[in-house]
Design a protein around this ligand. Structure first.
Ligand SMILES: NC(=O)c1ccc[n+]([C@@H]2O[C@H](COP(=O)([O-])OP(=O)(O)OC[C@H]3O[C@@H](n4cnc5c(N)ncnc54)[C@H](OP(=O)(O)O)[C@@H]3O)[C@@H](O)[C@H]2O)c1
Length: 305
């Protein structure tokens, strides 16, 4: 164990965490890793160690870092829902900022490599073109502000920030979009989705591959990790429903009808920097355009404005 890189993956029980653990298993040097996971829930998949702790418990977090002494930290854990962060700003601060400051201080002291996932919500969405890493961040939401504050701590410690766009993948049931579809189907009512919000969504599996690469590159600083298209949540859901032949009416709504308030209009990201650093990474579309799937095209009941 002494010679093996010690990798700590926080947020391992989350949607992205499960994909990151699989991506780690597929790296050529996986057998040289000692992998520990951290979340409040029990370990989702068995690794070398699991720390079942709450990040708001600073003592428990400090103890975990001192005991495991990771050489690489892939920090995914967060209060990841912008609407929940809006409802619970103090919790958002404790989980998304204070805990990161503790981890970043450890990383700096121990010379460990820290990589943290941030969000396209650090931007205000008014630029009118995909954001680059050098563009000014002006978050408009509690969630976005918490992520930007955490970024500062990671960057001060010499770490890497991976700003992700909206993550989506067929079959990942616990995402906001999939939950909306699921609830609407159960209640036999139309699903209402924002059509005036633009992101550059990517698949969980592609994001996980990129994050594992970033965790092992020597580079520091901010990297944007995004998919190949600029789409609204409405575009994503209608494409997916058509492609999977699911029957469900879909209504366009404005983002002003959704929580949190002041959702940014267009936070699509430009990921040229990442593509230049890792030209072999592939980012697939999150859902196929309708024209590419003959089956299921007639399955959507109706699309209301
Ligand atoms: N999903 C997206 O579209 C998206 C987009 C941009 C950025 N991101 C970022 O990507 C990362 C992963 O997102 P995700 O979609 O996987 O989120 P998720 O499914 O909500 O998972 C969040 C993870 O954080 C852990 N966690 C939350 N609060 C915790 C606490 N107090 N103590 C310990 N662990 C805690 C959760 O574990 P327990 O519940 O077991 O504690 C879970 O493993 C987050 O940093 C998120 O901000 C996600």
């Amino acid at each position: 164990m002494q010679d093996r890189a010690k990798v700590l993956v926080t947020g391992s029980s989350g949607n992205l965490g499960r994909f990151v653990l699989s991506a780690l298993d597929f790296t050529p040097y996986a057998r040289n890793f000692c992998i520990a996971t951290l979340s409040r829930r029990a370990a989702a998949a068995r690794r070398d160690r699991h720390y079942r702790i709450d990040l708001t418990d600073r003592e428990a977090l400090t103890e975990c870092l001192a005991t495991f002494r990771p050489t690489k930290i892939i920090h995914l854990a967060a209060l990841s829902s912008p609407s929940e962060a809006h409802k619970h700003p103090q919790l958002a601060r404790a989980v998304n900022v204070d805990a990161v400051e503790t981890i970043a201080a450890y990383a700096e002291r121990a010379g460990a490599r820290l990589m943290m996932t941030s969000s396209d919500y650090v931007f205000d969405g008014t630029l009118g073109r995909p954001y680059r890493e050098t563009d000014a961040a002006e978050p408009q939401t509690v969630y976005g502000r918490s992520k930007l504050a955490a970024e500062a701590a990671v960057l001060r410690s010499g770490g890497v920030v991976a700003r992700l766009s909206l993550l989506h993948e067929e079959g990942v049931c616990a995402t906001t979009l999939q939950s909306l579809i699921h609830d609407a189907r159960l209640a036999r009512r139309p699903v209402s989705i924002a059509a005036d919000e633009t992101r550059s969504p990517l698949r969980f599996s592609d994001a996980a591959s990129a994050l594992v690469r970033l965790a092992f590159l020597p580079d520091r600083g901010v990297f944007h990790v995004s998919g190949p298209e600029r789409l609204s949540p409405f575009d994503i859901v209608t494409r997916e429903l058509r492609a999977t032949a699911h029957v469900l009416p879909v209504c366009r709504i404005g983002r002003d009808r959704l929580m949190p308030p002041a959702r940014p209009a267009d936070v699509s990201l430009d990921s040229s920097k990442l593509r230049a650093a890792c030209p072999d990474l592939h980012f697939a579309r999150v859902a196929p355009p309708v024209a590419e799937r003959a089956i299921g095209q007639t399955a959507l009941d109706g699309v209301a404005d």
